[in-house]
Write a protein that binds this ligand. Structure first.
Ligand code: GLY
Length: 416
């Protein structure tokens, strides 16, 4: 009996290994990393004007209309607190420097990064400070440790902490929407990503309270921001007087009750990271729960591991969101190392299938300088639909570097 069980177990294990290897073979990591490097070089050439670069202008998107008009270069936005995507381009340059080791890329990474340092010295505009400063300075600090970088990260984390409301137990994401929408204390799922900077800053001289804020935010969000099946609202609205949860609504999704793909991707990435930082089993269980609903629902509306922009948009022409797939792929490569072996294989295989699909069918190639096409930014507002968007490229590069690390037999513990 025991022998039979072992035999079946062995066959099952071999089957899983075979499918995992098959998935691995379909992602040619070295080829894809070289592709990203070449696209970065092209992009930098296109960003050069009058013999130099304006380091305060950050690549943001290349729209479908741009491609139709034959435009290949990034549309840029200034490095200001209102532009939440400013940290992704410096982050991509740091990843590219990590990959290529080219001094010229390292210089570009440092120069673009420097344009965001002012955020440490001013009151927060909103919660996006982690995206802005941890993707840029955080990667810079990891690759080339520098006391001045540490000071910027810690200073910015202290600014972000000003938005924490202890009565509610979360960070206020959008001060500007309090009046406009009547959302007294609003927290969006994306905010989970900003916690990574708080954890790092707390470990590096920023104070225990930054750790406590991050954990409390994750706990409160876990309690209120999700439906029983593990899918999330985009926005949770809380009462500032009682601290009570009022309602869950959407801002960038299809409907209040729908599963906006990128929102769910932030939840998967966020709880994986919070588990890494805390080793608290509750967060690991929750990371799996929010992942499993995403993976369960993926085949319903996707034939290629890349979700529709919202899982519940019934339109037959609903666009995809490659950026969500990039975020999830990167997160699952990390999460696969924290769970039991069988689940780990499932998550890694899912991540590799996503990356294989992105590499095969979503790369921009000669059409423009981004790595990928077909992301969706803000569908309800009609913004960045079926576009190249800078954060898709950031998480794609990150996922490829993580996969390479796993293939080399090294663990993925964040990017460190
Ligand atoms: N953080 C905004 C978004 O994911 O579009």
């Amino acid at each position: 009996m025991r022998k039979t069980f072992c035999k079946i177990g062995l066959w099952a294990w071999m089957g899983l290994m075979a499918s995992s290897v098959a998935a691995q073979q379909r992602v040619d990591v070295e080829k894809d990393l070289l592709y990203c490097h070449r696209q970065v070089e092209r992009a930098l050439a296109g960003l050069k004007h009058d013999g130099g670069w304006d380091y305060t202008q950050m690549p943001r998107n290349i729209l479908a209309a741009d491609l139709e008009a034959g435009r290949q270069e990034w549309n840029c936005r200034p490095a200001v607190p209102e532009e939440w995507c400013g940290g992704f381009w410096p982050g991509i340059l740091w990843y590219d420097y990590e990959y290529s080791g080219e001094a010229y890329i390292g210089r570009q990474a440092r120069n673009y990064t420097a344009s965001l340092g002012f955020l440490a010295d001013r009151d927060p505009y909103d919660h996006d400070l982690g995206f802005l400063v941890y993707c840029s300075y955080g990667n810079g600090m990891r690759i080339e440790p520098d006391a001045a970088y540490r000071d910027v990260i810690v200073g910015t984390a202290r600014q972000l902490a000003k938005l924490f409301n202890p009565l509610v137990g979360t960070i206020l994401s959008w001060p500007r929407e309090v009046e406009r929408y009547g959302w007294p204390h609003n927290t969006i799922m994306d905010n989970m990503i900003n916690l990574e900077m708080l954890f790092w800053a707390s470990r590096n001289g920023g104070g225990q309270d930054l750790y406590d804020i991050a954990v409390r935010h994750a706990e409160t969000t876990m309690k209120h921001h999700f439906r029983p099946d593990g899918s999330c609202y985009h926005v949770a609205v809380y009462d500032t007087l009682t601290g009570d949860f009022i309602k869950g609504v959407t801002h960038q999704g299809y409907a209040d009750g729908s599963m906006w793909a990128r929102g769910q991707s932030w939840a998967i990435y966020g709880y994986t990271m919070v588990y890494r930082e805390t080793h608290d089993r509750r967060f690991l269980d929750f990371a799996q729960k929010v992942t499993d609903i995403y993976l369960k629902r993926l085949p319903e509306r996707s034939d290629d591991y890349v979700p529709l922009w919202d899982f519940d948009d019934p339109s037959p022409t609903a666009p995809k969101d490659a950026s969500a797939a990039c975020v999830v792929a990167s997160a699952l490569l990390e999460l696969s190392g924290y769970v039991d072996a069988e689940k780990g294989r499932t998550y890694r295989e899912a991540a590799e299938n996503m990356l294989a699909s992105l590499s095969k069918s979503y790369q921009s190639g000669d059409r423009c300088v981004s790595f990928l096409l077909h992301s969706t930014g803000h569908h309800p507002a009609g913004n960045e639909i079926d576009a190249a968007i800078i954060y898709a490229d950031y998480y794609y590069y990150e996922a490829l570097l993580r996969l390479r690390r796993l293939q080399q037999g090294r663990p993925v513990l964040g990017n460190g």
